[in-house]
Ligand binder design. Sequence first.
Ligand code: S3P
Length: 444
Amino acid sequence: MTSSSHSLISRRSGALKSALVLPGDKSISHRAVMLGGIAEGDTVIEGLLEGEDVLHTVAALQALGAKIHKDEKGSWHIKGAGLEGLGQPKQTLDMGNSGTSARLLIGLLSSRPFTSAFTGDASLCKRPMERIITPLTQMGAQFVSEKDRLPLKVTGGSNPQSITYTLPVASAQVKSAILLAGLGASGVTTVIEAVPTRDHSEHMLRAFGVKLTIEKQSGGAEAISVSGQVRLRGRKVTVPADPSSAAFPLVAALLRPGSHITLGGVGLNPRRAGLIETLCEMGARITIHNQREEGGEPVGDLTVDGSELKGITVPAVRAPSMIDEYPVLAMAAACAQGTTRMCGLGELRVKESDRLTLVAEGLKDCGADVEIEGDDLIVTGAGEPPPGGAQIVTAMDHRIAMSFLVLGAATAEPIKIDDGSFIATSFPGFVETMNRAGMRIELA
Ligand code: S3P
C-alpha cells in the first residue's frame, strides 16, 4: 500500500505561522477499529487516522468478518462481528509497516480457534515478536515462525487460559496484546507493568463494556486485569489529534524565530505528554488552552512560539511517555544551547528502524555533536542549528524522515532524506501541512 519511494529536501524557512489541522491519534485509531470489529452492534469513529498503518488494521478486521465503511462526511462505521463471530481469514494478513497492528492483532487472534497468517514489510519483518509470543504461548496459542519474527502463523488455543504476566519491557503493545488475548480466555488475565505505558487500551476496553480493573502497586507499578469471555458493545469513538504527529510542527515552530502556531484538539493523555514537559524544561514557549475531555481522553489546544532552548537531562523514567518523540527531540537538542542527555533509550533500537543509531548518524552528518553512551543519547548544541547539508538514510522509518525534514527548516544548508513515502503510515498530508505553515519541503 506504500507509495513508491521518493526523496525529499527541506530548506531553511522563515517563521511558521498557522493554525494546523492534525491527523487523528494512531494508537487510539488502531484500538477503535479493533474493538469496533470485535464488538456486537455498531461503532462510529470520528477523526480516525487514515494513515497506511491504520488502513492495514481496517483491512485485517474486514478479512476477519467485520463490515467497515467510511461515509461521505468522513465518519467510519463498523458493524462488529463479535469476538466469537470472527472467522479464519482467507488471506495472509499484511500489516505493512505497523508494529501496533501486528502485535495487537496477534494478541487478539491468540484466543480464536483457527490459524491466522501474518506478514509485513521489510522493516516490520525485522522487529522482535518473542515479546508477545512468550506470554501468548503461555495462554495456549501456538506459533510457527522463523526466529520469532514475521512472517508467522498463530493458532488460537481451544481453551485459552488467563495468565498473570509481568512485562519485561515497558511496552503498551505487549500489554495490549495480552489484554486482548485475555478477552477470549476463561478467568481474569492480569498484566503488571513496572513503569506506566500509554493506557488507551484500558480506557477503550472499559468504554466498550469490558470489566477492567487497575490496582496500584508499590513503586508506581500497576496491575491491569480484564475478565475474559465478555461481550463488547459497539459505541461512538472520537479520536483526538495525535500528540506524536503534533510533535513535528511543534518542534519546527520552536526552532524558527518569530514563529507562532496553533495546534487544535491535541491528545494530552499524561502518558503521552513527556515531550511537552521536556521541551518546557528546555525553555520552550508552549501554552495549553481550553483543556477538556473528548471521547474519554484529555485534549487541549496548543500555541507554540519560536524559542531559545537549553540542554537538559531527560530521565529514563520519562521514556515511555515520549518514546516516539525522541528523534524529533534530538533535532531540538542539536539546536539548543548546551548538552541534552536522553537516558534509557534501548527500546529505540527496535522501532521501525534502529532509531538510536540513525538519529546519531544523521545528526553527525549534519555537523552536530552527538554521542551514544550505553542506552543514552547525548546531543550538544551551540545555541544555533548545526550546518545541515546531509543526505539522511531513513530505513523505512516515518519518524526519522519527518524529524530530519523539521531540522532542515533551521539549518543553513538544506537536508535531504532518501525516502519520504513512509510518512504516509502515520501523517498523511505532512508535506502540505508543514508547507502551509511556512516550511519549504520539496521533491528532491
Ligand atoms: C504503541 C506503543 C509504542 C509506540 C508505538 C505505538 C501503541 O510501542 O512506540 O508507536 O499504540 O501501543 P511499544 O509498545 O513497542 O513501546
